[in-house]
Design a protein around this ligand. Structure first.
Ligand code: ADP
Length: 715
């Protein structure tokens, strides 16, 4: 390992020199809407034979393993996509060394990376307790306790992070409460936690299943079609099969030159399992059989950006530090996962070539062409910054790419937030003892040829493994350290812990308020990630705060959250997630929405109609009643009914004003409900969505609204 760090240090030193030469850049605020870049960027393959010894060795090791896995892939998990052995560059290195690049505007982005390595090295070289900096710090503060008993595959990276922070690990759990509970899968891994902080939100796994993510984004697309065009046009199966067939038939009838391709993804699948490509809706019935399985069928991005002729995607780590108030951080460093067969646009012939179309590491690692590399800038898995350097060297405006990605991340979390709040309240009702939550999410993003980022999916449990499987001698497999994974993931976990450090929060409270209101102090503290980085003489954070930092640019999108607040109000605090008919009536009555032309009988019919339809769409739901999505649909209906001839977004905003106005009047005479906040209620007020209209709304007042999900991702 030390070899690796020496090498990385040298690389980083070179990068620093480049950064020093680059002009100091002002951080660019991401635009509220993602605008496609017309630039046509194409790259030619560049092969560097100088690395062939490392790569050659790695490939021969992975190839024998691949055979076993391919059988498994073919036989079981991917019956329709057959991995094709390509003879592409057999025996050659397929990737190239990164040159030293002269780039403007990457210094901030790469800070975290530099810091992560520097710190690992300096601390690892010192024996326990002899790290001077940390020794002093540790004396000042009590060690933060972390229950790691449920950490599963993230354990190694977590242990490293805890060691670096000089915190206290409880690998078998602890009888008394810990400050932080690190779960490998879900909020419920440890039951009965009543204090501290858990690294999972209730409901996150459910929300990030492919169907639910598509639904949440689609709701936003209905209100803000342009702002949410970073998500490919999708249909939910089986319920929208007819709609899918009809829309595609119409599309083809209108333009016979169109040859779209679609990707079908099983609802709860991961790592590429069960995914296949089709060119016509009719193929679905043939492949999926009848009945069609719960899945999402999505427009396939046919022109991805290629490097060395290979398709790749980006895995970025995003920390949702709290929901109330909304706080989002993005890892400055991520991973790029490369396909292992040169890309060609989909044709009937290559539709089943897994290694050409799917970037999943878990699949490509079993290709004979997979390149394990000790360098972060070569091989089939690289750091995202090394890809950015490469793009910058071709003249790409990487600041624009980065700011589009930040916008995509914030908008996606805004789409998820309303329903997450419903889950949160059901598990941790306000006023009852319970932990607070945070979570690291894995965003999978594809760059189109025109550099526009497209959201593929969000993982609730991104792999935090820092080792990969390798055949060390014939037939003997071992987990060996993966430098690129360690480089990225240890920094993300360690800095997530730092941001959640309960002692830091208390320190900030006392030092900055002199014993005054704790809420005020935290408002200041949460706004500055740089400051938090300095507190321990640790490297600056590799996580960058993007919300509330960019509240002004994105808060206008938080319309559905306001509908969810009304929903939660009428739901009560009984740990349920569904609204009963009586509560729905109370909502209508309290918001003064019924009148002579919309009687309470009509209200009941509306409730039954929508609730029944949603019950059919959510077959595994155990609770009866109206879910949030159904309530949103009812709200949209009521808005359209009341404010005819306006854009849906305007109708909804007007109805929100009516409802919030009516409820506010009533609140004055009611006892205020206890409000649970992750950090503090004062800061919640500062970032909570308020009544306002978006700049885009005013701009588009006279344009027709597109109600259907419109992705327009292929430019
Ligand atoms: P999984 O959870 O099974 O990994 P993903 O949605 O991430 O499912 O899809 C797997 C892979 O398929 C992605 O990593 C990407 O390479 C490819 N992919 C997914 N959706 C699209 C799309 N709409 N267009 C092009 N490629 C896609």
């Amino acid at each position: 390992m030390s070899d690796h760090y020496e090498r990385v240090k040298i690389e980083l030193q070179q990068m620093k020199e480049v950064e020093n030469e680059a002009a100091a850049d002002e951080e660019q605020l991401p635009p509220a809407s993602v605008s496609p870049i017309p630039a046509d960027v194409s790259f030619t393959a560049r092969r560097d034979l100088s690395k062939s010894s490392i790569n050659g060795r790695s490939r021969s090791k992975s190839r024998s393993k691949a055979d076993g896995r391919e059988r498994q892939v073919n036989g079981k998990q991917l019956p329709y996509l057959t991995p094709q052995k390509s003879d592409y560059s057999q025996g050659q290195s397929r990737v190239s060394d990164e040159p030293n690049l002269h780039i403007k505007g990457t210094a901030k982005l790469l800070k975290g990376k530099t810091a992560a390595n520097g710190h690992v090295e300096s601390c690892q070289r010192q024996t326990d307790g002899k790290c001077e900096h940390h020794g002093k710090e540790a004396k000042k503060r009590r060690a933060v306790t972390v229950d790691t008993s449920k950490a599963k595959t993230s354990l190694e990276a977590l242990k490293m992070s805890i060691r670096q922070l000089k915190w206290k690990e409880f690998p078998m759990g602890r009888r008394t409460a810990c400050d932080i509970y690190w779960h490998g899968v879900s909020f419920h891994d440890n039951e009965n936690i009543i204090s501290g902080q858990v690294n999972k939100f209730p409901g996150m796994i459910e929300m990030l299943r492919k169907i639910n993510l598509s639904r949440a984004v689609r709701t936003m697309q209905e209100l803000f079609p342009e702002e949410y065009n970073f998500y490919p046009r999708s249909w939910i199966l089986p319920e929208e099969y007819q709609l899918f067939s009809t829309q595609i038939r119409l599309l083809k009838d209108n333009d016979s030159t169109l040859k779209p391709t679609f990707i079908v993804k099983p609802d709860s699948g991961s790592q590429g399992d069960g995914i296949y490509l089709i060119r016509d809706p009719a193929d679905l019935r043939v492949i999926s059989g009848s009945p069609i399985k719960q899945s999402v069928v999505q427009e396939y991005i046919q022109k991805p950006l290629l490097i060395d002729k290979l398709k790749f995607d980006i895995r970025l780590y995003v920390l949702v530090r709290s929901l109330e108030p909304l706080e989002i951080y993005i890892g400055k460093e991520g991973l790029s996962r490369f396909c292992t067969e040169p890309y060609q646009e989909p044709s009937q012939k290559n539709l089943s070539h897994v290694f050409m179309h799917l970037t999943n590491y878990s699949l490509n690692v079993h290709s004979g062409n997979f390149v394990h590399s000790d360098s972060c800038s070569t091989g089939s898995k690289r750091t995202f910054s090394s890809v950015l350097y490469r793009l910058a060297s071709k003249g790409v405006d990487i600041k624009k790419v980065w700011s589009d990605i930040i916008a995509l991340v914030i908008k996606t979390v805004i789409a998820l937030e309303p329903e997450l709040k419903v889950y949160y309240q059901a598990d941790i009702p306000p006023g009852k003892p319970g932990p607070t939550c945070f979570q690291i999410l894995g965003f999978d993003i594809l760059l189109m040829k025109n550099l526009k980022p497209v959201l593929l999916e969000v993982n609730a449990n991104p792999s935090m493994r820092i080792e990969h499987e390798q055949e060390v001698s014939p037939g003997v497999f071992e987990y060996v350290p993966s430098p690129v994974d360690e480089e990225v993931k240890v920094g993300v976990i360690r800095d997530t812990l730092r941001l959640m450090d309960p002692t830091q929060r208390k320190q900030h409270v006392t030092s900055s308020t002199g014993g005054g209101s704790p809420e005020e102090a935290i408002v200041v503290e949460t706004g500055s990630d740089e400051k938090e980085g300095l507190a321990d003489s640790l490297p600056s954070l590799c996580l960058k705060q993007v919300f509330p930092k960019y509240t002004k640019q994105f808060n206008y999108l938080r319309v559905v959250e306001r509908i969810a607040t009304i929903f939660l109000r009428f739901l009560g605090v009984k740990g349920t997630m569904r609204l009963g008919p009586t509560s729905f009536r109370t909502f209508i009555r309290n918001c003064k929405l019924s009148n002579s032309s919309f009687s309470m009988a009509s209200v009941d019919i509306l409730y039954i109609d929508i609730t029944r339809r949603w019950a059919g769409m959510l077959p595994d739901s155990r609770e009866a009643g109206m879910c949030l999505q159904a309530f949103i649909e009812a709200f949209f209906y009521l808005a359209a009914r009341r404010f005819k001839a306006l854009l849906l977004r305007e109708q909804v905003l007007l109805l929100l004003e009516v409802c919030e106005g009516a409820l506010e009047g009533q609140s004055h005479s009611e006892k205020p409900r206890p409000h649970r906040s992750h950090t503090n209620p004062a800061s919640s007020q500062s970032s909570a969505p308020t009544t306002f209209s978006s700049p885009a709304l005013t701009r588009r007042r006279h344009q027709p609204m597109q109600l259907s999900a419109k992705a327009n991702t292929e430019n």
